[in-house]
Write a protein that binds this ligand. Structure first.
Ligand code: KG4
Ligand code: ZN
Length: 334
């Protein structure tokens, strides 16, 4: 079998990342340059600042990745790039860099949807088995996707408002935890008890989610307690908040597995790092005989290795873009 080397570029948010992946599964080299510290001072990602840093760094990150892999552009078979969804200014830098490489070195250009990347991060660890349900949870997404086979995506539900990671980060701010607050809330939750009454968002028969009500409930509770002169028990609030989030995510995911008669579950995106979510899903999947796959943390948060993995399958299916490829801030997974 011919070895296929994909050079992949990811710049949809605040990570400038380049990776070289062989046959959609072997990671040859990856470089991730995160801007997290820069944005932390603002309490969240500032789009204009993010795109400026991508411009400054993209060439250096490409060169560093090729050096790390001890490869030249001539040895690369195709260029894969995240074209959406994400921050438009950030995406444009990656897309422009990929188009330039494809033009100069006369390589095929493969457009990759960011969520397809998050899902295919799993293939870097273990070959994905179909049919499967994918739960994608990150700072920008909360989606349930049914995959009958490779690169076939049926979006069965998603958030109607805030993404779950965004909700974590906003709740964390109320708890005086620095950005990104998700991991800090997760850690605190394990030291507290579930004492605060918070609503379960969109607890219905659909596969959709809503997190803005839960976020508002945390803000209102903190505000009211402050006005009454009461101190909030932050660990208990984190625990109560996390339990409600995990309740609804696991309830709808387990329902999807049952209704679609699927025994493979993969979890992807930054919030897949959440210990509470992992523990609950591990227990439920064991009970129901479901094969659960969650990638290690470095593949959960944004990286180009996942784009190279997804890009390989798109390449095999003949998906190509030409030099008119444009970045898309919002785009359906297809
Ligand atoms: O996938 P990602 O790196 O970027 C996006 O595509 O959004 O996800 C980042 C998000 C942030 O909102 C961060 O707070 C959240 O993932 N996150 C967590 C945890 N680790 C990261 N949320 C809850 N618990 C965690 N352990
Ligand atoms: Zn992401």
């Amino acid at each position: 079998m011919k070895q296929v080397y994909i050079l992949a570029i990811e710049s949809s948010c605040d990570e400038t990342s380049v990776s070289i992946i062989r046959n959609g599964k072997d990671e040859i080299a990856t470089v991730v340059l995160t801007q997290m510290d820069i944005h932390a001072t603002f309490g969240g990602v500032v789009p204009e600042v993010a795109s400026r840093h991508h411009i400054e760094n993209i060439t250096m990150v490409i060169e560093e990745c090729l050096t790390k892999a001890s490869m030249t552009m001539e040895e690369i078979d195709a260029i894969a790039v995240t074209y959406g969804p994400g921050l438009i200014g950030s995406l444009l830098i990656g897309v422009q860099a990929a188009k330039t490489l494809a033009y100069i070195y006369q390589k095929p250009l493969i457009p990759v949807h960011h969520i397809a990347g998050h899902i295919y991060a799993n293939n870097l660890v273990k070959q994905m088995e179909f049919p499967l349900i994918a739960l994608v949870v990150s700072g920008g997404h909360t989606d349930l996707i049914y995959m009958k086979e490779d690169y076939s995506f049926e979006h069965i539900g998603g958030t109607l408002d805030d993404a779950v990671g965004e909700c974590y980060d906003k709740a964390a701010r109320v708890m005086n935890l620095a950005y990104p607050g998700g991991p800090k809330v997760d850690k605190l939750a394990h030291t507290g008890t579930d004492t605060y009454h918070l609503p379960i968002p969109l607890d219905d028969d659909s596969y959709d989610f809503s997190f803005s009500g839960l976020k508002s409930a945390v803000i209102n509770l903190s505000h009211n307690e402050k006005q009454r002169g009461n101190e909030i028990n932050v660990a208990n609030l984190a625990c109560s908040f996390q339990n409600r989030v995990v309740d609804i995510l696991t309830k709808k995911t387990m329902k999807a597995l049952k209704e679609y008669q699927v025994s493979n579950l993969i979890v992807a995106g930054g919030v897949a790092a959440n210990k509470g979510l992992r523990e609950r899903l591990e227990a439920l999947c064991q009970e129901e005989n479901i094969n659960l796959s969650i990638p290690p943390i470095q593949y959960c948060t944004d990286n180009a290795a996942m784009i190279g993995a997804a890009g390989y399958f798109a390449y095999q299916l003949g998906r190509r873009a030409d030099l008119t490829l444009n970045a898309k801030a919002s785009e359906r997974l297809n």
